[in-house]
Design a protein around this ligand. Structure first.
Ligand code: PMP
Length: 738
């Protein structure tokens, strides 16, 4: 408690004037600025002025050296930070109680601020604070770890001081806060980022210019090695103080925005920020009360914020630490699954597709091929193709976050990631196909829709060929092309269907029949994995026939790679390449951004130029920089982790394992790479198996015209061990049927 015990020095103004003149050569008057444990004066001369700090005798000289080192470091690392710089070296001055260290600092002009500070200024204040901590990140000093009175890590040290709080209710609140800190924060203290920080970045220690921006940061006297989130909590306490109840957390959140605009917080820091702020408040009331009783002369200064401190502490106490943390931006706990289901149904139910599985899945986190549900249960994802390089791949996540922090705009401005992505995609197209033009959009539907508009414009025809149970999108046009969702009895005149494979007639005959149904062909749309048709692998000849007949009829060929692309079939990036097709349009989506919405249409300049929409296409979010960065990251990861080669091997194991299943209910196993369809005798059986697997922790789906085909289509980072888990679960599910 030595720091607590030391009293402020008691130099008179006349002595201060003399010290300034004799030791620093500065002639002027002295104005006492007040201080918690030192003496601080403004020395104002005719031509020059400065601030003099007289340390108390308990002050460890090593800490003064630390303070000086920290300021010098900040000035070196980020010279634009407005820290009040020392003038010359410290001197020792004799006082009645011993030697005092006396330092002169440059005077910063500006005004002090309190709870009237506006949002913009609060944001700036916190952003500057974060920059200061960023600059200090690389600083260290042997004395930085010394025990400091105001270090939040020392919170328990104030417990004995709480005895002096007369009001029992308030005393209990402060005790609760410190005890909670011991329970919730202390055990995780070393999970927080620790570094040298300012230690007392509060409104009192900054001066603002006429625009309320920080003109000077003063008083590094509490600087030391501690939690940087705790340092933010010190600032938050100061910014929230004296605000109305409605404003407290709003201002807190804006301050956190400002801070994180420069120095993002980690989830555990956000989670504990409420406790850190509360304990700062408790320390403030405890220490200032104690000192005020001990040094009544300084009581007015020490207790100037007492009422506001208590009302803030009382508010925190009433709300409880979890609510405070939420108010300050900590991640929400997941709602109970049943409750969320009811809410979803109320607000989205009528339009949105139903939830998958009899027992819906409520995942809150993903990693690789695993999903983790709200109850902490792990589910093997053998269904989702969007997270192609695995759920939450760090490369993609970081690309998205990084670009989000830099800029997210649109394609009317020059943007390097967009151009790079387009160039990169074009290099993956077949060399002779002349696919040289990319349009970045938001969804597979949009890509197919634009392909259709170009195809109809160029051909002058309005007919389309699709497979029997195709899916190409959700827009008006693409829904017409999506035979899988046609209501009973609905069949648009200008769309003809062909069998994906093995309908009893040859492909040539089938296509010729389809063409006869149409009044001219604009385009044939084909998903080369035939996913919604039930997953098929026709022969190269069959698809070549489809392409030749399409062209002979004057139509164009659209390879819809939204499902089948990005390596789904193994070995190659694009499914059409497996069949040696040279499409006129390639549409991409789903896995393209590993979950970040991005899609593309790739076609020939010559086709585009013949369509009236040439040079006239714009989609606000289509090809925004963040989307482009996500898509580039996906391509990078596919390359770096050799995912497509691996998925061919794992796919082969998957198909072999599925074929080895002995069950009379299995009619066929189809597919290629990491898409597999297991056709069963009955759709009701397929539905039951899918639910059984879900209950067993493995996610798959169903597809096909009759819904009797198990759809297995995992993230491509699926490996041999996952194949084993999946097939074992499938075996168990089949056995349970027997
Ligand atoms: N084409 C195919 C083959 C698809 O599977 C899908 C989506 N399931 C789409 C197009 C439409 O893509 P989106 O949902 O991004 O509009």
């Amino acid at each position: 408690m030595s720091l607590l015990e030391t009293s402020n020095p008691s130099f008179t103004r006349a002595e201060v004037v003399r010290i300034a003149a004799e030791r620093f050569g500065l002639e002027g008057t002295a104005v006492d600025l007040g201080s918690e444990r030192d003496q601080t004066f403004l020395i104002e001369g005719a031509r020059d002025s400065a601030v003099m700090k007289i340390a108390n005798i308990g002050q460890d000289p090593a800490l003064l050296d630390l303070e000086r080192g920290a300021i010098d470091h900040v000035v070196r690392v980020d010279p634009s930070l407005p820290v009040a710089r020392p003038r010359g070296e410290a001197v020792l001055v004799d006082g009645p109680d011993g030697h005092h260290n006396v330092r002169l600092f440059e005077r910063v002009h500006g005004h002090a601020a309190g709870p009237e500070l506006g949002e913009g200024a609060v944001f700036d204040f916190a952003a500057t604070h974060a920059r200061l901590n960023l600059a200090l990140r690389s600083f260290f000093h042997a004395a930085a770890g010394r025990e400091r009175l105001w270090d939040l890590a020392q919170a328990r040290g104030v417990l004995p001081l709480l005895e002096g709080i007369a009001d029992a209710g308030r005393r209990e609140i402060a005790q609760r806060v410190v005890e909670r800190f011991e329970q919730r924060v202390a055990p995780r203290w070393h999970a927080l980022r620790l570094q040298v920080v300012h230690g007392d970045f509060q409104l009192e220690n900054v001066l603002l210019d006429e625009c309320d921006r920080i003109a000077g940061i003063v008083d590094f006297g509490d600087c030391g090695y501690t939690s940087q989130a705790g340092d933010l909590a010190i600032a938050l306490a100061s910014l929230m103080l004296g605000r109305s109840k409605e404003d407290v957390f709003r201002i807190g959140r804006i301050a956190i925005d400002g801070y994180t605009s420069q120095f993002p917080l980690e989830p555990v820091e956000l989670e504990l920020l409420g406790d850190l702020t509360a304990v700062r408040l408790a320390m403030l009331v405890a220490i200032t009360r104690w000192r005020a009783r001990r040094y009544p002369d300084n009581a007015e200064y020490l207790l100037s914020w007492d009422d506001d401190l208590w009302s803030l502490l009382e508010l925190f106490d009433r709300l409880g630490p979890d609510t405070v943390a939420l108010e300050l931006g900590a991640a929400r706990h997941p709602a109970a699954t049943g409750e969320l289901r009811a809410r979803r149904s109320r607000v989205m139910g009528a339009l949105l597709t139903p939830l998958s599985y009899a027992r819906p899945v409520h995942p809150v986190r993903g990693r690789g091929v695993w999903l983790y549900d709200a109850d902490g249960r792990r589910l093997l994802d053998a269904y989702n193709n969007v997270p192609v390089v695995g759920h939450c791949h760090p490369r993609v996540t970081e690309a998205v976050v990084d670009q989000t922090r830099r800029l997210n705009s649109h394609s009317r401005y020059l943007c390097q990631p967009l151009v790079e992505l387009a160039e990169r995609l074009l290099t993956t197209m077949p060399p002779n196909a002349e696919l040289d033009t990319v349009m970045l959009v938001n969804s597979g539907s949009e890509a197919n829709d634009i392909a259709w508009r170009i195809a109809t414009a160029v051909t002058g025809a309005s007919g389309a060929i699709v497979t029997e149970h195709a899916y190409h999108g959700v827009t008006d046009t693409t829904a017409r092309l999506s035979s899988d969702g046609w209501p009973a009895g609905y069949h648009p005149d200008d769309v003809a269907r062909i069998a994906p494979c093995g309908s009893g007639v040859s492909v040539a005959e089938d296509v010729e029949r389809a063409l006869r149904e149409l009044n001219g062909l604009a385009a044939t749309f084909v998903d080369c994995a035939f996913t919604s048709d039930g997953i098929w692998t026709p022969s190269d000849d069959d698809l070549a026939t489809l392409a030749t007949h399409t062209r002979a009829a004057g139509g164009l060929l659209v390879a819809d790679e939204v499902q089948a692309g990005h390596g789904r079939l193994g070995e190659r990036l694009w499914a059409f390449a497996h069949y040696g097709l040279e499409p006129d349009f390639v549409t991409l989506g789903k896995p393209m951004g590993n979950g970040y919405p991005v899609a593309a249409l790739i076609t020939r300049r010559e086709l585009v130029e013949r369509a009236p929409l040439a040079g006239n296409m714009f989609s606000t979010f289509g090809g925004n920089p963040v989307a482009a960065r996500a898509a580039l990251a996906v391509l990078d990861v596919l390359d770096d982790e050799r995912i497509i080669d691996r998925s061919a091997d794992v796919g082969a194991r998957l198909h072999a394992a599925l074929r080895s299943l002995r069950a009379p209910e299995i009619v066929a196993v189809r597919g290629r790479g990491l898409i597999a369809g297991v056709e069963l005798t009955k759709s009701s059986l397929a539905a039951r198996l899918v639910d059984r697997l879900r209950d067993d922790g493995v996610l798959i789906g169903r597809t096909g015209k009759d819904g009797n085909v198990l759809k297995i289509r995992p993230p491509l980072v699926f490996s041999g061990e996952h194949v084993e888990l999946l097939t074992a679960a499938l075996e168990r599910a089949l056995a349970a049927e027997a």
